[in-house]
Design a protein around this ligand. Structure first.
Ligand code: 5GP
Length: 203
């Protein structure tokens, strides 16, 4: 069976990745997600095994040593990583996989998977709007907000390594999810994915 494609969605904290992926899954229910592992403490309302697999640093490092993590990074003082088992169960079943991960991890996945991975950056219209969304979320201390806004500079700096840039304009989540869906559909029609047709055209 043909393996599914991996779509990396990155973007500064507050760009709305979680909301947009939720919106996308409403219009493309067959898309799978991989629940990441993290050493960050759960925020109110987050559920272990659903939002993240919450780990101690020792547990996370043991998973890394055992080769069970596809990509990982340290972000705002915490470790985050994609579990191979989570990714494999989706793409192995021929379904597309969305990874909502930061830029360092996105680069790692692209190097591993090449044409089978599409890098998409999601952005709020500007930094002021991003910061407003972060503040409205009400889950971060001022210090954490400052760190996440600082990290946004690094993320914007590597936007050129990404293949698509999608804006998440305020109040236009549905339109934004439609843009993502268009990218997903187009990715299945690129030449590397379709060359089996020309390879066997005259068979
Ligand atoms: P948060 O603490 O806000 O849930 O996530 C912080 C950042 O880590 C976000 O940019 C999020 O996309 C990213 N992230 C979440 N899971 C992973 C992962 O498995 N790998 C990587 N590289 N980044 C992740």
């Amino acid at each position: 069976m043909e393996k599914g494609l991996v779509f990396v969605i990155s973007g500064p904290s507050g760009s709305g990745k979680g909301t947009i992926v939720e919106e996308l899954r409403k219009i493309a229910p067959n898309i799978g997600v991989a629940v990441s592992a993290t050493t960050r403490a759960p925020r109110p309302g987050e559920v272990d095994g659903v939002t993240y697999h919450y780990k101690t640093r020792e547990e996370f490092e043991a998973l890394l040593a055992a080769g069970e993590i596809l990509e990982h990074t340290e972000y705002s003082g915490n470790l985050y990583g994609t579990l191979k088992s989570e990714a494999e169960k989706v793409i192995g079943a021929g379904r597309d996989l969305i990874l909502e991960i930061e830029v360092d991890g996105g680069g790692q996945v692209k190097r591993l998977l090449g044409d089978d991975c599409v890098l998409i950056m999601l952005l709020a219209p500007d930094a002021a709007e991003q910061e407003r969304r972060l503040r409205d979320r009400g889950t971060e201390t001022e210090e954490k907000i400052r760190m996440r806004m600082e990290k946004a500079h690094t993320e914007i700096a590597v936007a050129g390594d990404y293949e698509y840039l999608v804006l998440n304009e305020t109040g236009k989540q549905e339109e934004c999810a439609e843009h993502l869906l268009a990218i997903l559909k187009a990715a299945h029609l690129t030449y590397p994915r379709m060359r089996h047709i020309t390879d066997h055209y005259f068979d």
